[in-house]
Design a protein around this ligand. Structure first.
Ligand SMILES: [Zn+2]
Ligand SMILES: [Zn+2]
Length: 267
């Protein structure tokens, strides 16, 4: 079985303290054949005064180190040089410039900020579930139309990670119209939907109802990502993701090199 982790962080990201080499060695120890180094590029935070103190990635260091490691491990582990760009419409141009300047294999486009608020903090949820999730999903719908080149829409349902509600997973039935718009947008643009192994009361996100609908609409491109910031979370729920996707009728997972999707059969 080909094991590919399309979404990881290391100490190039402000919220990880683990050297890249440690993440790579652990991926190898777990039998992975591919690992994407998708450290945070947070121009969303940079442009919103309340978050301006969030440390920004050192792009020179990130690309120099990840390219050197990619070369060093060639033949043992396919390392994708990447970024996870935090979507925020006014940052589109900044991302486009960065992605023109630095060569990447894969770019994940993720929403962390909705209504200029971080949906990771408790204050965000005081507006109630319907509004908190709705605002988040509208940001995801906008992100699909982003004007910078990206490959994968990251962790749909992320809003639930820190939500204080019982059964907090974001489900298809709650927002069918908005989710249809998002899924159709991903398919029309030839992008991939990420299945993220860090679920919220469920093993992975998005939940099966959203994945089922994606397939019904003709979606095929699916990428697994652990979103690990330290070794213990690498490849988390990979087996559950494979079993879940297989049960829904998906045959392949995809991973990216030079922005090209490569299919690996789900076993
Ligand atoms: Zn993220
Ligand atoms: Zn991430």
């Amino acid at each position: 079985m080909y094991i590919a982790d399309g979404h990881t962080h290391c100490d190039h990201s402000h919220d990880s303290f683990v050297p890249a080499r440690e993440m790579i060695e652990n991926a190898l120890a777990q039998g992975a054949s591919y690992m994407a180094m998708t450290d945070h590029c947070d121009k969303d935070y940079a442009l919103i005064p309340a978050f301006a103190d969030v440390p920004q990635i050192d792009l020179e260091r990130h690309f120099a180190e990840s390219r050197a490691l990619k070369a060093e491990y060639a033949g043992r582990l396919d390392i994708a040089v990447g970024l996870e760009c935090g979507y925020y419409a006014p940052a589109d141009k900044l991302y486009a410039d960065i992605l023109q300047k630095y060569k990447t294999d894969v770019v994940i486009n993720s929403v962390h900020v909705a209504h200029e608020e971080d949906c990771y903090y408790p204050e965000y949820f005081t507006r109630g579930r319907r509004e908190a999730y709705g605002i988040y999903l509208q940001a995801v719908a906008d992100s699909v139309k982003a004007e910078f080149p990206y490959d994968v829409i990251g962790h749909i349902g992320y809003v639930a990670r820190k939500a204080p509600f019982p059964d907090r997973a974001l489900r298809y039935a709650e927002f069918p119209d908005l989710l249809d718009e998002i899924l159709r947008g991903i398919i029309e643009r030839g992008k991939a939907l990420e299945v993220n192994g860090r679920g919220t009361g469920i093993p992975y996100i998005p939940e099966d109802g959203i994945l089922r609908r994606y397939r019904e609409l003709g979606g095929e491109l699916i990428a697994y990502g652990s979103d690990a910031h330290y070794p213990q979370l690498q490849l988390i729920h990979f087996k559950e993701v494979c079993a879940g996707l297989k049960a829904l009728g998906f045959k392949y997972l995809f991973h990216y090199l030079e922005h090209k999707p490569i299919a690996a059969e789900i076993e």
